[in-house]
Write a protein of this length. Structure first.
Length: 497
């Protein structure tokens, strides 16, 4: 039977595999040290000579169907405007310096960092004892210069080790995930994967600060994931949530406007697939059998208002055209959301509830919602997770001969994956979306890489219940962003896959 290593090295020249980690040499367009390749760079290498007139270069890019977004964010026109005769190698160097450098920040368990931090503190304690002993000797004989130097040396060593331990502790804290509790039950190895771009990739505009990850510079897309095991024993990387605070804010307020505070950024329409492409890479790298993600219903259940409040009061002031919104949380605590304009209402309670309040206020300015009245939210999530993301992933997966399907996944607060596999009857089994990862597919993802830019645009957002659901679930919210994370999706023209 062909192993993954054989599939990788046999199908892709220039690939060395050690376990699931591969080093790629000489594949056209492969962006070194990343999961990506550049279709633009590949086209130039394969279709143009070392020097060529500008029209020949343009023809090569058109023939390879390089996406306009990649051309725009790679500084192509800036370069060509100054070089009617193109030196291919210089042009590629310009592209490599200009295009977005997508970085990755992973928050989660890091056993190596934990061990290093523990060892650093141990060494610091031993060093302190050494310093304390040296100081005791010097105190008994202060005129002894040798003892004084010995004490100074021990103190300097202690300060160095103490500072190193403190630095490692700070690094460990930065690696701790923030939103572990907002997931489906069960699973292991929860982590938050944040894809970032540097300031240069936002065309020199100010860095974007995410309401969820304010300590990360320019967080473009984030995924919250766990490792799960199906009842058949298949290993899965499971995406609990996929979101882009940046592009949600940009879609709401516009890009590049000083007053909006939203700098321009790449991947406006394709950020969901970009995030899922990285998830495919992570799953392949860790030799998973599946990449899976939640349904819209599971997302809606997680954040809908009825899970967080027992009642919601609305008073409509017709003279001022605003709404005063109050609520009572499930633990009986009053929650005042403020006096809001119509445009702010969705950000507070979610799109569906906002529409309900506006419509009902036409006949009654004083409203009280409770029980089934609060069982709203999630339709937009159904649209995104169950239709749009599935459709766009199916388009993308055609290159691998793969497709999205529904599978059963156990969600259990039991003893972990081994327990789940041994006692499936104990599990809360639900349908999820999943992609099967074949050995050849993993080899392609790790060896050839995946295109950084691609077609199939989607534009999605997040929470159905709005700022209220997020606040009551303990989530951070922010007035400058689309707090409700509404999963309203705008379809753009069909492009060539």
């Amino acid at each position: 039977m062909e192993t993954l290593w054989q599939a990788a090295t046999g199908n892709f020249p220039g690939v060395e595999a050690t376990g699931m980690m591969m080093n790629v040499r000489g594949l056209p367009g492969r962006i070194e040290g990343t999961p990506w390749y550049s279709k633009l760079e590949e086209a130039l290498i394969q279709r143009t000579p070392k020097t060529a007139p500008i029209e020949q270069v343009r023809g090569a890019m058109r023939g390879a169907q390089v996406k306009q977004e990649e051309l725009d964010w790679s500084g192509v026109e800036d370069y060509l405007a100054k070089h009617p005769q193109v030196n291919r190698d210089e042009f590629i160097q310009h592209i490599q310096k200009t295009r977005p450098q997508v970085g990755v920040d992973v928050r989660g368990e890091d056993q190596q960092l934990d061990s290093e931090t523990t060892e650093a503190y141990r060494q610091a304690r031993l060093s302190y004892r050494k310093f304390h002993d040296a100081m005791d000797k010097w105190m008994e004989d202060r005129a002894n210069s040798a003892l004084s130097r010995e004490m100074d040396t021990a103190e300097a060593e202690y300060d160095q080790l103490r500072n190193r331990a403190a630095d490692l502790e700070e690094a460990r804290k930065r690696k701790e995930p923030k939103y572990r509790q907002y997931t489906e039950p069960g699973g292991e190895n929860y982590r938050e994967i944040i894809l970032t771009v540097p300031k240069t990739a936002s065309k020199g505009r100010p860095s974007y600060e995410s309401p969820h990850f304010s300590d990360v510079n320019n967080p473009l897309v984030h995924l919250r994931v766990k490792d799960r095991v199906t009842q058949e024993g298949q290993q899965a990387l499971f995406v609990e949530e996929l979101q882009s605070d940046w592009h949600q804010a940009g879609r709401k307020s516009g890009y590049g406007k000083e007053y909006s505070g939203v700098p321009d950024a790449p991947f406006k329409k394709t950020w969901p697939v970009l995030g899922m492409k990285y998830a495919l890479y992570d799953a392949a790298k860790n030799n998973k059998d599946l990449l899976a993600w939640t349904t819209g219903r599971q997302q809606g259940e997680r954040y809908k208002l009825s899970n967080h409040i027992t009642s919601l009061d609305s008073h409509y002031n017709g003279m001022l055209g605003n709404y005063t919104i109050k609520a009572v949380s499930n633990d009986g605590a009053p929650v005042f959301l403020g006096t809001l304009r119509r445009s702010e209402l969705e950000s507070a309670v979610g799109k569906e509830m906002a529409n309900k309040i506006v419509e009902d206020s036409r006949t009654n300015p004083d409203l009280i919602y409770s029980g089934l009245d609060l069982d709203v939210g999630g339709q937009e999530m159904n649209t995104f997770y169950d239709r749009e993301l599935v459709n766009e992933m199916n388009k993308y997966l055609k290159r691998y001969g793969a497709k999205v399907e529904q599978m059963e996944m156990p969600f259990s607060d039991s003893l972990g994956s081994a327990f789940n596999a041994a006692f499936p009857e104990k599990n809360n089994v639900q349908k999820v979306w999943a992609v099967r990862l074949t050995p050849n597919m993993k080899a392609s993802i790790l060896g050839e890489g995946q295109p950084l830019f691609q077609t199939a645009p989607v534009a999605a957002t997040g929470l159905a219940g709005g700022a209220l659901a997020e606040q009551l679930a303990g989530r951070k919210s922010d007035d400058t962003t689309d707090r409700e994370r509404q999963y309203h999706l705008t379809r753009f023209g069909r492009e060539q896959p």
